[in-house]
Every structure is written in structure tokens, then in C-alpha cells.
Design a protein around this ligand. Structure first.
Ligand SMILES: CC(C)(COP(=O)(O)OP(=O)(O)OC[C@H]1O[C@@H](n2cnc3c(N)ncnc32)[C@H](O)[C@@H]1OP(=O)(O)O)[C@@H](O)C(=O)NCCC(=O)NCCS
Length: 160
């Protein structure tokens, strides 16, 4: 489950329940190591199935589909949002693939850099993937940035 064969595809409204479920599992099992239960509860309340449907109207939301949804990431221009990998699928390169997917699409649109807000939990992951601290963003623990290759130079990165 969640290995290199999972297909990254656009979110469909019918995915919303599975996406919200995986985000909840992730928040409790992974982010829960870094945040107290009341903060995790507040985060969970933000990521409902209905909210993902709403967000998909204003952002590009993607899922990793391995027969069921095992990861998700969203993008608005050059900004990454809501990157989550199911705890049962973690550590097999899926987070990297989801991030590269949105980076490649942003580079193709001509963006010179990618930006993301990051939790304490994901901060080291983003550093590992080439992001560097840019600032402290509102509502996020960190704001990180990474230069993107010029348009046309990133085609090989968009692995499925
Ligand atoms: C962060 C997260 C997306 C990583 O997903 P993943 O599929 O387990 O990560 P990958 O297997 O693709 O890891 C890619 C690389 O990052 C490293 N890595 C993964 N998680 C890491 C972490 N927490 N800290 C440091 N490095 C990490 C891996 O070791 C791997 O390194 P490599 O270059 O040696 O191969 C996942 O742990 C997650 O969903 N976390 C909780 C949700 C969250 O906080 N999301 C971000 C919201 S801002």
C-alpha cells in the first residue's frame, strides 16, 4: 500500500471522505507527537470531508490512489497546502512524489520558486526536500521556500 505504484491524480468529490479520514489518522498518529491533543483536535476540525470539497473549488487538490486514497497534496499557484501521507504508507517516497508533482506543475506555469507553510512535524521533511526557511507565516509554524527550475526543465520530475 502507498508504494511507488500509487497514481497521483486530481481529487474528485467522491474522495472527500477518504481524504478527511487519512488526514485525521495522520494528525493523530504523526502530528500528535509534536502537538498537544487540543491542537490536534482543532486541526482535525479544519479538515472535514466538506472542507476538502470546498477547497477543491479554489485550489488544485491531488490524491495518491492505490486502490484507496493514501496521500494528498494541494496547490494554489506556487503555494503547497495540505500535504499528508497515510501513516500506513509513510516512509516509502510518497510524500516526495506528491511534492514533486505540484512543484513540476508550478514550474511549468513559470513560477520561479515554491512556497509552503509547514507544521513542526513536516519542517525537517521540507528541509530534506530542498526547502529553506523564509519567514514565519501567519497560521503556520514555518514558511519555507525552494527555487524551481525554469519552465521546460522540470518535465522528468512529475512521476506518477
Ligand atoms: C511529512 C510527510 C508528508 C512525509 O511523507 P513520507 O511519504 O513519509 O515521506 P517520504 O518517504 O517521501 O520521504 C522523503 C524523504 O524525506 C525524509 N523524511 C520523511 N519524513 C521526514 C521527517 N519528518 N523529518 C525528516 N525527514 C523526513 C525521508 O527519510 C526521505 O529521505 P531520503 O531523501 O533519505 O529518502 C508525512 O510524514 C506526513 O504526512 N506527515 C504529517 C502531516 C504533515 O505534517 N503534513 C504537512 C502539513 S504542513
Amino acid at each position: 500500500m502507498g508504494d511507488a505504484t500509487a497514481a497521483i491524480r486530481p481529487f474528485r468529490p467522491g474522495d472527500a471522505g477518504q481524504v478527511a479520514g487519512l488526514v485525521r489518522r495522520c494528525l493523530h498518529a504523526v502530528n500528535g507527537r509534536d502537538y498537544p491533543p487540543d491542537v490536534i483536535d482543532r486541526m482535525c476540525a479544519r479538515f472535514t470531508a466538506e472542507r476538502f470539497v470546498e477547497l477543491s473549488a479554489v485550489r488544485r487538490v491531488y490524491v495518491a490512489d492505490d486502490g484507496r486514497v493514501v496521500g494528498t497534496v494541494s496547490r494554489d499557484g506556487n503555494r503547497v497546502y495540505s500535504l499528508f501521507v497515510d501513516p500506513g504508507a509513510a516512509g516509502r517516497g510518497l510524500g516526495r512524489r506528491l511534492l514533486r508533482h505540484v512543484e513540476t506543475l508550478a514550474a511549468r506555469e513559470g513560477h520561479a520558486h515554491m512556497e509552503t507553510g509547514a507544521t513542526v512535524t513536516a519542517h525537517s521533511f521540507y528541509l530534506r526536500l530542498g526547502y529553506r526557511d523564509a519567514d514565519t507565516g501567519p497560521g503556520s509554524d514555518y514558511l519555507l521556500r525552494k527555487p524551481l527550475p525554469p519552465a521546460g526543465g522540470a518535465g522528468g520530475q512529475c512521476s506518477r
